[in-house]
Design a protein around this ligand. Structure first.
Ligand SMILES: [Zn+2]
Length: 257
């Protein structure tokens, strides 16, 4: 393994993995090291959590506390900047446009945005997945970020863990299965979420909002449960696997696979 595909399913609670009934969940866990009680950061809100995922620091350090991006006052380099400096090819695929600021200009080799608002996330998720599959097959990038937004929209619209939400989780796992089935074996796949949710919202420090899955999958890995994993540990894990030096300000540490 010397490449990373990071798949983030927005607002996917760990207990929805079993509840959604998708057969690929169990198949993936059979070849994964995983923590289904990993922790995100406060506030448990999409852009602050993504900034912490990419920059391996708490929101109080990167300073993005809402879904409105502001430039960092004391900038920490993110995973894409670190990998770019190491000569690696990074690509991002997303359907929520606020995420365009997760990497700085000239960090990406390829970027693809398909509007979840215009097409609807149920349609935008598989379209984006197909684009990511096509690009991985043609260019073999070192680091790929694939963001799937349908679940968060379903949670806000119909309630977390309700039927429509679970349908969106199942649909997201169709995308995950589709991209993993055709993936070259040198990729480590990390499946995670930015936050959970309860009722029709999130953002609090309740366990329902703060607990996320982190699943590290490769067909060569045995099944092993880990504990104590944090969202800020994912960027150091990717950097280590790709042989890039982490930023000196990062607070997370590489996960043991
Ligand atoms: Zn949300």
């Amino acid at each position: 393994m010397n490449k990373v595909l990071l798949i983030l399913v927005d607002g996917m609670r760990p207990d929805s993995l079993d509840a959604c009934g998708h057969p690929f969940v169990g198949e993936m866990l059979f070849h994964s090291t995983y923590d289904l009680a990993a922790r995100t950061v406060m506030p448990s809100v999409t852009l602050p959590c993504h900034m912490s995922l990419f920059h391996s620091v708490d929101p109080e350090r990167h300073g993005i506390l809402t879904n409105t991006y502001v430039p960092q006052v004391r900038p920490v380099r993110g995973i894409c900047e670190v990998l770019r400096a190491a000569g690696k090819k990074c690509a991002m695929f997303y359907n929520w446009e606020e995420l365009k600021d997760l990497s700085r200009p000239d960090s990406l080799t390829y970027g693809c945005y398909i509007s979840g608002h215009v097409y609807g996330y149920e349609e935008a998720n598989p379209r984006l997945t197909a684009e990511a599959k096509r690009y991985i097959a043609s260019d073999r990038p070192d680091f790929v970020f694939l963001y799937l937004g349908w679940t968060d929209a379903a949670g806000h619209g119909y309630g977390w863990m309700g039927d429509e939400y679970l349908r969106s989780v199942r649909g997201s796992w169709d995308c995950i299965e589709s991209i993993c089935r055709d993936l070259p074996e040198d990729y480590l796949v990390v499946v995670t979420a930015d936050h959970g949710g309860h009722g029709r919202s999130h953002g609090s420090d309740l366990p329902e909002d703060m607990t996320i899955p982190i699943i590290c999958w490769n067909p060569a890995l045995p099944s092993r449960k880990a504990e104590g994993w944090r969202i800020i540990d994912i960027a150091p894990t990717a950097a280590e696997l790709l042989g890039a030096a982490p930023d000196g300000d990062w607070e997370g540490k590489p996960l043991t696979l």
